[in-house]
Design a protein. Structure first.
Length: 163
C-alpha cells in the first residue's frame, strides 16, 4: 500500500514539474508568419526598436504603427527568441529594460501571449496606449518572472537626435 502511495505521489510531482517547466519547449520552436494587417501606405510608424538579449538570446525588430482606422499595432519582424512556458509581450514604461526589476518596477501593459518564438507577428494595442510612456517592448516569461529580451522604442525624431 505504501509503495502505491509513493508511486502516485511521484507521478503527481513529475506531472506538476513538467507543467511548470515545459521542458519540451526547449527543443520545439513555434513559428509564425503573419502578414501586416493593412497596406503600408495607409499606416504611420510611431516608433521602432531593435531587440537586445537579456536572459535568453532575442533578436529582431519591434515597431508600433497607427493604422488608417486609428488602431495601433505592434509588429515584430525577423523575430527570434527562446521558447518557454507562459511567455508574453509587454510594453514597459521605461526607456529600456535590461533586467527583470525594471519591468516589474516601471510598470507594463501585457499585450498578449507570444504567438511564436520565431517569425513575424502582430499584436493589437489598447486604443489609449501612450507610446511616449511605454517606450520598450519586452518578451516576458510570466511563470518565472524573466525578461527574455527588450526592444527600446524610438520615434523618428528621437532617432535623428541620436545620430
Amino acid at each position: 500500500m505504501r509503495k502505491n502511495v509513493v508511486v502516485l505521489a511521484f507521478a503527481i510531482a513529475a506531472i506538476a514539474a513538467w507543467y511548470a517547466f515545459r521542458p519540451e519547449r526547449l527543443f520545439i520552436n513555434q513559428r509564425v508568419n503573419e502578414q501586416f494587417p493593412t497596406a503600408p501606405a495607409a499606416t504611420t510608424k510611431l516608433a521602432t526598436g531593435v531587440f537586445h538579449s537579456n536572459a535568453h538570446e532575442t533578436r529582431g525588430t519591434a515597431a508600433v504603427f497607427q493604422l488608417a482606422d486609428g488602431k495601433k499595432t505592434l509588429r515584430l519582424t525577423n523575430f527570434e527568441t527562446s521558447n518557454g512556458p507562459d511567455v508574453h509581450v509587454y510594453l514597459v514604461a521605461a526607456e529600456d529594460a535590461k533586467d527583470n526589476d525594471t519591468v516589474t518596477k516601471a510598470g507594463f501593459v501585457d499585450v498578449g501571449t507570444l504567438k511564436g518564438n520565431i517569425g513575424d507577428q502582430n499584436y493589437d494595442l489598447p486604443a489609449n496606449i501612450d507610446i511616449a510612456k511605454y517606450r520598450a517592448v519586452t518578451i516576458w516569461c510570466k511563470r518565472f518572472s524573466v525578461n527574455f529580451g527588450t526592444a527600446p522604442l524610438m520615434t523618428d525624431s528621437m532617432q535623428s537626435m541620436n545620430q
